[in-house]
Write a protein that binds this ligand. Structure first.
Ligand SMILES: NC(=O)c1ccc[n+]([C@@H]2O[C@H](COP(=O)([O-])OP(=O)(O)OC[C@H]3O[C@@H](n4cnc5c(N)ncnc54)[C@H](OP(=O)(O)O)[C@@H]3O)[C@@H](O)[C@H]2O)c1
Length: 200
């Protein structure tokens, strides 16, 4: 199975690659890293990436930006980051990827814990995560050719605790292995339209 992992160099992407690379051929992508460069905020860039990779069996997205900050300081521009980047960036990976994904292939996106276990300053992330859950549920009903689509919803990774831990007081952190297994389940399992929870 040939898998394209977007955001492979990141914390979540590394966890996904560690689990998948032992079993599959992995092509990595990122804005400034990986075998192929892509900016998920730019639909043309996404199309160019797929032209370079050609046909693939699975797409794993482990990227997507959101704005962390107090709700009362949020304006439309800040809020749109989660919607245009984390939501539409990943939705466009699916929409553009339909022409390149083989029969029986899969798309796996990344959301996060904050729509089910919210924290202060995480409203934009919570909104984006909820939207992605809705997207995979709706999109799965219309996927042709046995193609599946799911989203992994990780908790805070052990390795990200230094960076984000102060925003997540009292949260259990989760290992790379647990998050990696969730991506493996989405790629090699049979489910579609599911939110796969991988938290502590
Ligand atoms: N870390 C956690 O504990 C955690 C937990 C739950 C959910 N999440 C979610 O998982 C996603 C990834 O988080 P992360 O912590 O792994 O981030 P990260 O460590 O900063 O990694 C981000 C990855 O995405 C790539 N990237 C960044 N902007 C991009 C763009 N516009 N187009 C294409 N690739 C881009 C980066 O590569 P380049 O630098 O080369 O662009 C990098 O490979 C986010 O949506 C986050 O909300 C993270």
């Amino acid at each position: 199975v040939k898998i394209l992992v977007i955001g492979a160099s990141g914390a979540i992407g590394s966890a996904a690659c560690e689990a998948l690379a032992a079993h599959h051929e992995v092509i990595t992508a990122g804005r400034n890293s990986g075998d192929v460069n892509v900016d998920i905020a730019n639909r043309n860039s996404i199309d160019d990436m797929y032209q370079l990779t050609g046909k693939i069996d699975a797409v794993v997205s482990a990227t997507g930006a959101v704005h962390f900050g107090p709700l009362l300081e949020m304006d439309e521009e800040k809020f749109m980051l989660g919607l245009t980047n984390k939501v539409m960036g990943q939705v466009n990976l699916v929409l553009s990827g339909m022409a390149f994904i083989n029969d029986g292939g899969s798309f796996t996106l990344t959301s996060g814990i904050l729509d089910r276990d919210p924290v202060r300053q995480g409203c934009n992330a919570a909104t984006a995560n909820g939207a992605l859950a809705g997207f995979v549920k709706g999109a799965a009903l219309e996927m042709p050719r046995g193609i599946r689509v799911n989203v992994v919803s990780p908790g805070l990774l052990h390795v990200s605790a230094d960076k984000y831990g102060s925003l997540f007081p009292g949260h259990e952190t989760v290992s790379n292995e647990r998050v990696g297994r969730a991506f493996r389940k989405c790629v090699d399992g049979a489910m579609s339209g599911q939110v796969i929870i991988a938290d502590g």
